[in-house]
Structure formats: C-alpha cells, structure tokens
Design a protein around this ligand. Structure first.
Ligand SMILES: Nc1ncnc2c1ncn2[C@@H]1O[C@H](COP(=O)(O)OP(=O)(O)OP(=O)(O)O)[C@@H](O)[C@H]1O
Length: 277
C-alpha cells in the first residue's frame, strides 16, 4: 500500500481582490512533521484552512490520501456546556460508539495527557488555559487522526507547559505515524519539532525557503536546537522574510559554516518555478 500523502500544487488564494497565497506547492507524508513558518499575516492560517477544507479551493490542486484529518486551533474551542470528558469523547459519540466504551477511551488518553479524573468532570470555564489545551489535544487525538493540522494551539501557554504538551504530542505522533502540518512563528519550535521547514514570505504569501532537518527528532537537545536555530537565522532568505536587518559579515555567514544541521530541501518544490523554491 502506498504511503498516504497530502499534495498541494500551485495553490493560489485571494480574499476579495487581495491575493493572499501565490503558487504554493509542497507535500507531506504519513509520519512526517512539517513546520510552516513565516511572519504574521503571510497566509499560514489561510493555507491550513485550505488544507482542512474550511476554505474552498480557488486555484491550484490539493490532493490527500489521509482519511481522518484533525485540526487544533489557537483557541481550544471547547463546548462550554459539556464537561471536559464529554468534550473529549464527542467525536466518538458522533461515530455511534457506546457511552461506556467512548468514555473509557477518552479517560485513558486524557490521563496520558496529564488530566486527572477530577479535571474531566469539570466544565471548560473551571479549567486553566493549560488544562483546556490538554482537553483540546485529547479531543483531537482520540479519533486516531492520520493527519494533524496545528494552528499554533499552544502559543498562549508558558514555555514549560508548551514543551510538555509538544513532548506528549510528539510521543503519540511517533507511535501512530501521524502526519503533522504545524504553523508557528517560532523558529526554535519549528527546529525542535519538525522534519522539514517551509518558510513563507508575505504579500502575497509564498514559499521562499525549504529546509530539511537531519537530526532524529528524539535526539534533539537544547544545545542542538539553539545552534540550528541560529544557523537558520543567519540565512538571508529567513532574515528577509521576517524583516530582520541584514547581519554584518561574521563567522556564521562564511561559506562552510552554514547549515551543517539542516540543508535546503527542494525535493517537493514546483518544477516549473525558476526561483529557489
Ligand atoms: N476571511 C478573511 N477575509 C479577508 N481577509 C482575510 C481573511 N482571513 C485572512 N485574511 C487576510 O489574509 C492575510 C493572511 O492571513 P492569515 O491569517 O492566513 O495569516 P497568518 O500568517 O496565519 O497570520 P498570523 O501569523 O498573524 O496568524 C492577512 O492579510 C489577513 O488579513
């Protein structure tokens, strides 16, 4: 059987007359984590919404073999009148799974994600932001998605909690071979979590850089992440995209000292484009 894949080809999107996305092409396979980074307003959420079907395609192609996608949004979006447990189990209820069975599965996953039995009986307003994020993560993962689209779901959380939730997500992702497309403003987060980074620039939103990270995700320590992020930040295309000033010539920009931990990766770049991506 072929590996499931999401393939985006020459996607364009406009709101009214403003072009927001131009010639976006990339692909994502089962088990891969791909980070979409770029400055605010460059169209990352729009691209994610096209991938999860919340926006209709206008131009270009999008093909997916994934059968069970799930999205985690910036806000937890929990139903306020349902308990945490009922929020988590909702997707299984919609599939007709009996009450006891769906609650047993929901509890097992929720506990793994750091929720207690008492938390599960509470309503969303009685939970902290971090707990609500755990509930939203459990709700997304319970139906065993094969593709997970993340729109900065943990951006409002403190660094400790964010790191913990990403570690839990990573463990489940690796176990189940889920494909993940994640949006982030944070290069360090992208370097820590992804196999590949797609760099976007704005006006119109387009992919201007593609990077592959070579260290196995399980073996990335803080030092490696800092060093690799620093290398990435020295790339002119990255600086330009985020509007950072051009660095004065120093060691990191000399040929041979750049990109030892990651390389430019144009394997899934559109063939017809003459540019770097
Ligand atoms: N429904 C909409 N109608 C009109 N314009 C929109 C709509 N949604 C987004 N836009 C515009 O499209 C552009 C891209 O927005 P989008 O939210 O996709 O960017 P983003 O990279 O995800 O931003 P951020 O990182 O700040 O969340 C912005 O200029 C935004 O104002």
């Amino acid at each position: 059987m072929n590996t499931p894949r999401l393939t985006v080809s020459h996607l364009e999107h406009s709101f009214v007359r403003t072009q927001v996305l131009a010639d976006i092409s990339f692909s994502l396979e089962a088990g891969e984590v791909c980070a979409l980074v770029g400055p605010s307003g460059c169209g990352k959420s729009t691209l994610l919404h096209l991938c999860n079907g919340l926006l209709n395609l206008q131009d270009g192609d999008l093909a997916s073999d994934f059968t069970n996608p799930a999205t985690l949004f910036q806000q937890p979006r929990l139903l306020p009148w349902k308990t945490a447990l009922d929020n988590i189990a909702l997707s299984l209820k919609a599939r007709g799974m009996p009450h006891a069975q769906r609650h047993a599965q929901a509890v097992e996953l929720a506990v793994r994600l750091g929720l207690t039995r008492e938390d599960l009986d509470k309503f969303p307003r009685q939970l902290s932001g971090g707990m609500q994020s755990r509930v939203a993560l459990a709700r997304a993962l319970l139906p065993q998605p094969d593709l997970l689209l993340l729109d900065e779901p943990f951006s409002a959380l403190d660094i400790g909690l964010k790191t913990e939730l990403y570690a839990l997500l990573q463990a489940l992702q690796a176990e189940r071979g889920i494909a993940v497309l994640m949006i982030t403003h944070d290069l360090m987060e992208a370097v820590l979590l992804s196999d590949r980074i797609l760099l976007m620039a704005a006006e119109p939103g387009r992919i201007v850089g593609r990077f592959a990270l070579h260290q196995a995700r399980a073996h990335r320590d803080d030092a490696w992440v800092y060093q690799t992020t620093a290398q990435l930040l020295q790339q002119p295309v990255v600086r330009e995209s985020f509007g950072l000033p051009t660095p004065r010539a120093h060691a990191e920009t000399r040929p041979g000292t750049r990109l030892s931990a990651l390389t430019e990766d144009n394997t899934d770049a559109p063939k017809r484009s003459p540019s770097r991506c």
